[in-house]
Design a protein around this ligand. Sequence first.
Ligand SMILES: *[C@@H]1O[C@H](CO)[C@@H](O)[C@H](O)[C@H]1NC(C)=O
Ligand SMILES: *[C@@H]1O[C@H](CO)[C@@H](O)[C@H](O)[C@H]1NC(C)=O
Ligand SMILES: *[C@@H]1O[C@H](CO)[C@@H](O)[C@H](O)[C@H]1NC(C)=O
Ligand SMILES: *[C@@H]1O[C@H](CO)[C@@H](O)[C@H](O)[C@H]1NC(C)=O
Length: 382
Amino acid sequence: MLMLNRFNNDFILAFLFYVPFPGQSMTTTTTNKILRPLFTTVFIVMVFIIIFMLYVKPSSNFSYNQVEPTSLKNGAKRVPKTNTSLTIVLVWHWPFGQTFKLDNCSSAFNIKDCFITADKNLYNRSHGVIFHHRDIARDLSNLPQQQRPPFQKWIWMNLESPSHSPQLSGINNLFNVTLNYRQDSDIKGTYGIIVPTKTAENFVPPKKDKLVCWIVSNWNPGHRRVQYFNELHKHIEIHTYGQAFRNKISGEDYMSIMTSCKFYLSFENSIHKDYITEKMYNPLAVGTVPVVLGTSRQNYENFIQGDSFIHVDDFKSPKELAEYLLIANKNEQMYLGFFKWRQNFKSHNYGSWSMRTCHACEYLQKHKEYKAINDLNKWYWG
Ligand SMILES: *[C@@H]1O[C@H](CO)[C@@H](O)[C@H](O)[C@H]1NC(C)=O
Ligand SMILES: *[C@@H]1O[C@H](CO)[C@@H](O)[C@H](O)[C@H]1NC(C)=O
Ligand SMILES: *[C@@H]1O[C@H](CO)[C@@H](O)[C@H](O)[C@H]1NC(C)=O
Ligand SMILES: *[C@@H]1O[C@H](CO)[C@@H](O)[C@H](O)[C@H]1NC(C)=O
């Protein structure tokens, strides 16, 4: 459009210079003074009217859910018309307003016969529609207002904990499927995964030059993790980074700092069942021992080997934890013991929005049966 506009301007200027004005041949300058601006104005107006009619199409199909300008970007192609066996999944909200690449589920995750789109024109044909909780308007006004096709399932997607998800009274009896980090959700959106290595390997943790580190951006004195930190750091030196400490670090530094520490404070922002985030999976992946604060040790052990991490609840007080960490610092064998699990397993940060949408598609293919979530509020916040 910008190019077009520039072209138009040049076009108009060219006309003004080359078209002889009726008053031009006259010798009286007064006529010229009056006529020339008049003709120029009339001419410009006419040119603009013509250009307007040529380039601006009447907006006939303005509907309530006009396709967002971004919706056909990100590799989304038009759904192949002849193929009716594809499962169509419509991403209604970009999570937190940020677009992501809509992968071909077959080549990216080996999930066949899916078509993931953000094109709201495909609403009527979509087998599943994904809504991201944090992007749902309080009054639900940004949900589809059209009638829901009988085969269509609405997928509630949320990876934030209940403490960081606004409770919306209107969301009961709307959704059919949940996509969440909770293990009892329909589609699991866990933050990480522990997978077996192909062969047993002797894992040696990378070189360390710091004992305890913490990177945190969101500082809230009401958070249990802040209260714990305020006590803990009286007894042991903690290298702190992130916005909360006015010590912002880049994405690359994040991993290298984490790697350079023997222990990392994997303190979750809130404490909820199954709410275990990249704050634990990242240190595990780089060979650093997480000191976790979050759900119970028993719950952590549903996800990861019990001897691979330290839980703050294992100690009576932050002071006792500090003493333990100082002992582990001196005792090489004790420290290496935290990596026994790594002989046969490794940790992966897991899951992109793209992967989750493909998993949603796979779920829909396997679950054609009727299903409704009639009390989402009680399930999540209750
Ligand atoms: C996805 O990729 C496969 C090849 O890996 C191709 O056959 C298929 O048509 C693609 N699907 C879509 C929806 O683009
Ligand atoms: C539809 O696509 C699938 C794979 O994406 C393919 O196996 C099937 O033959 C296609 N059907 C038609 C009618 O083109
Ligand atoms: C979807 O179908 C409904 C009727 O069930 C119709 O009113 C609506 O216009 C259709 N929307 C689109 C985008 O095709
Ligand atoms: C999905 O849930 C809604 C709301 O409970 C319900 O009206 C609809 O029939 C369900 N659809 C399917 C296909 O399960």
